[in-house]
Design a protein around this ligand. Structure first.
Ligand SMILES: O=C(O)CCC(=O)C(=O)O
Length: 292
C-alpha cells in the first residue's frame, strides 16, 4: 500500500460520489499475499460458500439450512462459476495479516471520516470467465444488521477489471436518502426479511442509464474501489474471457449502531456477536482494525 493512504481530494470525491477508485493502493507484496489466500479459499470452499454455476444450478454451503432446499445443483469446481464466501480471515492467515497489518482499514476509516474502523465483514467474490450470474443493482446497508452513515466496502480485484467483468455505481446515490428493499440476490423476485416498511424499490438503473452518472473503472491489480454503504451498485455477469477474483472487506465507523432485529435472514448469522439493539459495533466479531 502507498504511504500517503488517501488525499483530501480523494475524501471529497468519495463524499460526493459515494465511490472512488484509488490507483495503486495495494502493493505487489500485499497482492501476492492476497492471491495466496484467495487460492486457498477457492480450492477449499467452506461451509458458508455460495456457488452459482453458469447453467443456473447452484450450491449453498451446508450451514444454510433455510436455503439449501432451493438448490438442485452440486458444487462442481471445474465449470465456470460465481462463488462468494464470507469471513475466511479467521482461518486463512494471509487474509488476516492483510486485514490487520496493511493500511486497508486506515483507508476505509479516513474515507468514512471516522476516528476508527471496525471490520464488519470480509468476503471473496470470484467470477469465472463466462460465469453469467449478475449482481443486481443494490445498496449494501439494507442487507446489514446496523444503522449509520459511516459504512464502506473496500473492493480489491486481483485480476484486471474491464467493463465486461467490472462493477458500476450510480454516482451520488448514497445521498438520495433512500433505503432500497434488499432483494434476494439469487431470486430477485423475493427479498430478505419480512418487514418491508421503510424501504423503497430500487430504480431500474439499466433502463435509465442516461439519467445517471455511472461510474465504471478499468482497473489493474493494485487499484481498489471504496464505496459507501448506501451507494447503489451492481455488476453484470462476467462476459469476458478472464476470471475476476475480488477480495472485499467492509467497515463501520463511529456513528454505526447494531440493529439485528429487523433482519430476518442476515442477523441470525451475526447473532453470535452478542450486541444489544442500538449498541456501538465494538465487539470481538467486529474488531477495530484502525487505529491498530
Ligand atoms: O463483485 C461483485 O460482483 C459485486 C460486489 C458487491 O456488490 C459488493 O461488494 O457490495
Amino acid at each position: 500500500m502507498v504511504d500517503a493512504v488517501v488525499s483530501q481530494s480523494d475524501i471529497e470525491a468519495y463524499r460526493r460520489d459515494g465511490a472512488i477508485c484509488l490507483r495503486g493502493a495495494v502493493s505487489p507484496r500485499w497482492l501476492a499475499v492476497l492471491e495466496a489466500g484467495f487460492e486457498m479459499n477457492l480450492s477449499a470452499p467452506g461451509e458458508k460458500a455460495s456457488i452459482f454455476h453458469a447453467d443456473g444450478s447452484a450450491f449453498v454451503g451446508v450451514d444454510d439450512a433455510e436455503n439449501r432446499s432451493r438448490y438442485t445443483g452440486r458444487a462442481d469446481l471445474s465449470v465456470p462459476r460465481f462463488m462468494g464466501e464470507p469471513d475466511r480471515w479467521h482461518d486463512i492467515p494471509e487474509f488476516r495479516s492483510f486485514l490487520v497489518e496493511s493500511p486497508v482499514a486506515e483507508i476505509a476509516g479516513r474515507l468514512m471520516g471516522a476516528a476508527k474502523a471496525n471490520l464488519f465483514l470480509q468476503e471473496i467474490l470470484f467470477k469465472d470467465a463466462g460465469a453469467q450470474t449478475p449482481t443486481p443493482w443494490h445498496q449494501d446497508m439494507p442487507f446489514f444488521p446496523m444503522e449509520g452513515e459511516q459504512t464502506c466496502t473496500v473492493w480489491i480485484p486481483l485480476d484486471p477489471v474491464i467493463p465486461e467483468n467490472g462493477i458500476e455505481y450510480a454516482a451520488g446515490s448514497h445521498l438520495w436518502g433512500k433505503s432500497y428493499l434488499p432483494l434476494d440476490m439469487e431470486d430477485p423476485a423475493a427479498h430478505y426479511g419480512t418487514d418491508v416498511s421503510g424501504y423503497d424499490r430500487a430504480p431500474d438503473i439499466d433502463r435509465m442509464r442516461e439519467a445517471h452518472r455511472i461510474l465504471l473503472w478499468d482497473m489493474a491489480p493494485g487499484d481498489i474501489i471504496v464505496h459507501h454503504g448506501y451507494a447503489l451498485h451492481g455488476a453484470p455477469g462476467n462476459t469476458s474471457a478472464q476470471r475476476r477474483r475480488t477480495f472485499v472487506s467492509r467497515y463501520t465507523g463511529d456513528d454505526v449502531r447494531y440493529h439485528g432485529a429487523r433482519h430476518q435472514r442476515l442477523a441470525p448469522a451475526m447473532a453470535h456477536c452478542g450486541l444489544a439493539e442500538g449498541a456501538p459495533m465494538d465487539c470481538e466479531t467486529f474488531p477495530v482494525h484502525w487505529p491498530a
